[in-house]
Design a protein. Structure first.
Length: 579
């Protein structure tokens, strides 16, 4: 084998500096894609446009594969052991609620589920006067696709496949129709492009004069981020692109310099510790549950209490929307509301009479959102896991990825060994002994990177599904200093739309107060659920809009020409977080 001692090291490519110039907020499009909604708008807008992140494509031929992603995460057949755990957890949570006190010190009396069932099982719907204000979406005979709100009320008899390109915060890749990476990117291109034209009134041909800001998940897939940036710069043809993490954008939107950010979405919950615009990678935890799981759990609990709407089918789009509305109107974590409550709701279905039901509910309205703290209750939506940021698995387009660094580390060790052996070869009696010692050293250096890698992987593994409070404790515990942990415990920022329940801040405060290590209990625990009286669902979008216009962010923009020349290497060079 030829020696590599005299081989010249690979020189790092020279990237051009980002051009310095004022960034116009009106010429900047901020995109925050989610599993349920796409939030998009100009950086100069007060609030973004919020559009269901869905597309329906016409089936091309007769007999083509029929495919439809449901709005809600579908339920699964729960095995007997999981059913037992779910029921034990439900009973335990109900008992805890019965033992709690109201804000005035009153005892919350236990609710009789038998009485609720007796009432609900005999309830009949009341037909209201007037017609339902919902109608099926009108479809043009030549229309190839539709996006957003129109898809939600698309008649099931129409020959369209329905795709939600993002599920659980990641690309919705699956073996069915439209489940390839190419198909998902094509769906995103159509959805984003049409939203830019329809809601922002920007012709696609003019995007060469605009910059794009992309908000990405804290626990991201590098391949997916790379393909999305490529979509923005090479397919939609924005002139430049700026990306940042959801948690960091949330702190900017809330006006905080540091916080433990809890981002609860429709299908995922992410916890991350942020300080001075930096999200600490080792603190990022992503749990695969969100608002959609709460909706399915609430429907499950309502059925146990004799839910009178017997024809409800969560796999139907209109029924899913009504269940979500029920969750938003009935669920809460307000301990001052107790006993049997009577509520009314309406069933709105296109081309059908408007119906109204009266039902009685009890503490099940609290148990469903408390699934965030007892994730065993989410077993009915399938097996879940805690995801953490994994190391790069290597990218052929990125010559300086982690695989390259490990390789050069080994090569550097071997170069030192070969050089030492050549020098010792000029000596006499110590040559054999020196060679033997250096061989041992070479073996040690060769194996060291692998050991380090295994330790890193082992550290990132997390097999237990965590509740929100447990995830916060573990995320902060992963901070590398006591001072940083103390700061994180003093400021918990809750954003996203999945935890918008009355009383959640009080419940979260009480749960965390009992679990915070004694060393940090002297600090004030501040839980922020509505920063600056802002809708927490748009906090990250707002922060990205603010950040993109800062002078300090100008050097982080990736220009279209730079991307076309250097590709993913620009993300390692310009991304404001460790790529």
């Amino acid at each position: 084998m030829a020696p590599i001692l005299n081989k010249k090291p690979i020189a790092a490519p020279s990237y051009p500096e980002a051009s310095v110039g004022p960034i116009q907020a009106t010429a900047t499009v901020v995109i925050h894609p989610g599993s349920m909604f796409l939030r998009i708008g100009r950086a100069s807008d007060t609030i973004p446009h919020t559009i269901p992140h869905v597309i329906a494509r016409r089936r091309k031929t007769v007999g083509a594969v029929v495919y439809e992603d449901p709005i809600l995460i579908p339920t699964v057949d729960v095995d007997p052991e999981a059913q037992k755990v779910m029921e034990e957890t439900r009973v335990s949570v109900t008992r805890v609620l019965s033992s709690c006190l109201t804000s005035e010190g009153q005892h919350r009396h236990p609710v009789s589920s038998e009485k609720i069932q007796e009432y609900n099982r005999v309830v009949k719907p009341k037909i209201l006067a007037g017609s339902c204000d919902l109608h099926w979406t009108k479809v043009d005979i030549n229309q190839e696709f539709m996006i957003g709100e129109e898809v939600l009320y698309l008649n099931p008899s129409e020959k369209f496949n329905v795709h939600w390109p993002i599920r659980r915060g990641r690309f919705n890749l699956h073996p069915g129709a439209g489940g390839t990476l190419t198909s998902v990117l094509s769906d995103l291109e159509v959805i984003w492009g049409n939203c830019i034209q329809q809601y922002l009134d920007i012709p696609l041909k003019d995007l060469k004069h605009y910059g794009a800001v992309l908000v990405v998940p804290d626990v991201y897939d590098r391949q997916h981020v790379k393909e999305t940036v490529n979509l923005l710069l090479n397919r939609l043809c924005f002139s430049r692109c700026f990306i940042h993490l959801e948690s960091v954008c949330a702190t900017f939107g809330a006006g905080l310099s540091y916080a433990c950010v809890v981002d609860v979405g429709d299908q995922k919950t992410v916890v991350s510790c942020v300080e001075d615009g930096i999200s600490h990678g080792e603190t990022r935890l992503c749990m695969e549950y969100g608002g959609s799981d709460v909706t399915q759990l609430f429907h499950f609990l309502l059925k146990k209490c004799g839910f009178p709407w017997k024809d409800c089918n969560p796999s139907r789009r209109t029924d899913s929307l009504l269940l979500q509305e029920l969750k938003e109107n009935l669920c809460h974590i307000n301990l001052d509301i107790f006993g049997i409550q009577e509520r009314a709701f309406q069933i709105k279905q296109p081309e059908l009479p408007l119906l109204q039901y009266k039902i009685k509910v009890g503490d099940d309205c609290l148990v469903a959102p408390l699934g965030y703290f007892h994730p065993e209750l989410f077993a009915l939506t399938g097996t879940k896991k805690v995801c953490t940021l994994q190391r790069s698995r290597g990218d052929p387009e990125d010559p300086h990825d982690e695989d390259y660094l490990l390789l050069t580390q080994r090569r550097g060790a071997k170069d030192m060994t070969d050089g030492g052996q050549a020098e010792l070869g000029t000596q006499n009696e110590d040559s054999q002994l020196g060679s033997s010692l250096l061989d041992d050293e070479m073996d040690t250096n060769e194996t060291a990177p692998s050991v380090t890698l295994q330790e890193t992987e082992r550290e990132l593994q997390c097999d237990q599904l965590l509740g929100v409070d447990q995830a916060i404790i573990q995320s902060i515990d992963r901070c590398d200093s006591d001072d940083l942990k103390r700061k994180m415990f003093s400021c918990i920022l809750v954003v996203g739309g999945g935890l918008l329940f009355s009383g959640v801040e009080t419940w979260l405060y009480n749960r965390l107060s009992m679990q915070i290590p004694i060393l940090y209990r002297g600090e004030q625990l501040d839980i922020i659920t509505q920063p600056k009286d802002m809708d927490p669902r748009i906090t990250s979008w707002k922060g990205a809009a603010i950040m993109s216009c800062l002078d300090t962010a100008q050097e982080l923009w990736i220009r279209q020409g730079e991307w076309q020349r250097f590709g993913v290497r620009m993300l390692r060079e310009r991304a404001p977080f460790t790529w």
